[in-house]
Design a protein around this ligand. Structure first.
Ligand code: NOJ
Length: 518
């Protein structure tokens, strides 16, 4: 039985940048523990932490050398235990990041695997049988061993060997044959499976509530759903036997696939169907230029189209079983910040949608105050992504209340007013808006994932939908443009109104939002 996430709100924290408790300029676990009250007050009940494990940090911690220990810059296992304890006492669950498609090339397993003497770790990674036999994404000449290793992402992230879904051994040509590939069912892969079971047990027995899973689909090479589904069920089913409330969140962006693999939840970002059409498709706003679509829907010009994204999510509503969920991310450590090209009125429209539409909202730290992207920095293999990972802006002060250190590890944002402290004082701030809407979502089951959503598709703007649960129907109208609209609709009770007037009809001024019972 899957965990009920219908009414959850997830908050993603990039640990390097949330709060520095010891003055070394880097965020840490004790810092996160000290700020849990803030997360609680915001209304989130699940936190996902980007990797906190021992790592050379050449890819923001997604290059692990020890899966069962905390990187010392973040603290200790004791700090982690304290964080879990405090989080649980506040009713907050903690998800860690499971990065098992690859390790760092500094991981002891990989160092041993590179050896020309056969050992326990020789088959832990994907090796060709000769350095003269290439393969896509294979690195050659880096090991004493005769063979090339496959990487999963950057060159220093060798792919762990969970095998291939199907193997074509038909060629006799030694230059092209792939006799070095193993089936995903090969007995030689079992020791690696056991390592993963051990890692999972280590963290679940420490009290972790679940994992976000990095590059979920990448583990088995060769594609197809059958093999990868088998593998993830092997891991997840074992965990759930002992920890039935465990939460597994896929990094896939295809809930119709990840749900078949045993995942509870998946999430949409810039790489998912229609996401950029909604939020991030304007030229220059995307990490992946190929995904730019010209006009986002949430843009003052009002020239975008909601069709792709909405039709896709409506189709999912029919296809997914109860207990399978998806999130729409407000941001992500790999994306340019949502605030690009948007003023706070427009960001309120985005959040009105994220918090009332059918999904499990996933808020990236700092998006709730409209933190901005820094395009000038590059650290820890982040490249342009680094700009979304700057320190949380707690105050308007010099170091934004993030650290006492004069040299924060990543530069702090400069924009005054974009801070928790200043927005807490301003009743019209983005932060107070987000808090209010989360409260409304929590108080009204009709906004939960399990309730229906009916979207008005006959016109592009404004965005109108009805959430429906039993006899209760709530109407949502959002105008993410700088034009105004009149809607012939009468509501029986107003739940929320911003930049709009409601009497016998609804007038949505620019960036207007109306939520009310029918
Ligand atoms: C996806 C993560 O979100 C990203 O930050 C990382 O660089 C790659 N996976 C490689 O692990």
């Amino acid at each position: 039985m899957a965990t009920d996430l219908s009414k959850s709100i997830i908050y993603q924290i990039y640990p390097t940048s949330f709060y520095d408790s010891n003055g070394d300029g880097i965020g840490d676990l004790n810092g996160i523990a000290q700020k849990l009250d803030y997360v609680k007050e915001l209304g989130a009940d699940i936190i996902w932490l980007n990797p906190i494990f021992v790592s050379p940090f050449k890819d923001g911690g997604y290059d692990i050398v020890d899966y069962c220990n905390i990187d010392k810059k973040f603290g200790t296992l004791q700090d982690f235990d304290n964080l879990i304890k405090k989080a649980h006492s506040l009713g907050i669950k903690i998800l860690l990041d499971l990065v098992i498609g690859h390790t760092s090339d500094q991981h002891p397993w990989f160092k041993a695997s590179k050896s020309d003497k056969r050992n326990k770790y020789s088959d832990y990674y994907v090796w060709t049988n000769s350095i003269f036999i290439g393969a896509p994404k294979a690195i050659n000449g880096m090991a004493k061993r005769n063979g090339n290793y496959l990487v999963n992402y950057y060159a220093f992230q060798p792919a762990l060997n969970f095998g291939y879904s199907s193997i074509d051994n038909s060629s006799d040509d030694p230059w092209v044959n792939n006799k070095w590939q193993m089936s995903y069912l090969d007995e030689r892969i079992k020791p690696l499976h056991n390592e993963i079971h051990k890692i999972l047990e280590f963290w679940f027995s420490r009290g972790v509530d679940g994992f976000r899973v990095d590059m979920t689909a990448s583990l088995i090479k060769g594609g197809g759903i059958e093999a990868i589904s088998w593998l993830w069920h092997t891991f997840i089913d074992r965990v759930k036997e002992k920890y039935p409330d465990a939460i597994f969140m896929a990094e896939w962006g295809y809930p119709e696939q990840s749900s078949k693999c045993g995942f509870d939840i998946d999430y949409f970002t810039h790489e998912s169907i229609g996401y950029n059409d909604m939020f991030r498709g304007d030229p220059g706003t995307n990490l992946l230029p190929a995904f730019e679509c010209g006009h986002s829907y949430f843009a003052k010009e009002g020239k975008g189209s909601k069709k792709t994204f909405i039709e896709y999510t409506l189709k999912l509503s029919e296809e997914l079983n109860k207990g399978n969920y998806y999130s729409i991310a407000s941001g992500y450590h790999d994306m340019i910040r949502m605030s690009i090209n948007k003023n706070h009125d427009l960001l309120k429209c985005v959040f009105a949608f994220l918090l009332t539409y059918k999904n499990v909202p996933l808020i990236y730290y700092g998006d709730e105050i409209g933190m901005e992207h820094n395009f000038k920095i590059n650290k820890d293999g982040g490249y342009v992504r680094t700009g979304a990972r700057t320190p949380m802006q707690w105050t308007d002060g010099n170091k934004r209340g993030f650290t006492e250190n004069n040299r924060p590890y990543l530069p702090v944002g400069k924009q005054k007013g974009i801070s928790v402290e200043s927005q807490e004082k301003d009743k019209n701030s983005l932060l107070n808006f987000v808090k209010d809407l989360i409260k409304i979502r929590k108080e009204n089951d009709v906004f939960g994932f399990d309730a229906e959503v009916l979207v008005e598709m006959n016109q592009e703007y404004p965005l109108i939908y009805v959430r429906k649960l039993g006899n209760k129907q709530v109407y949502v109208a959002i105008n993410p443009t700088n034009k105004s609209y009149k809607i012939d609709k009468k509501l029986s009770k107003i739940i929320y109104i911003n930049n709009a007037e409601v009497d016998s009809d609804i007038r949505l001024n620019k960036y207007g939002i109306v939520i009310g019972e029918i």
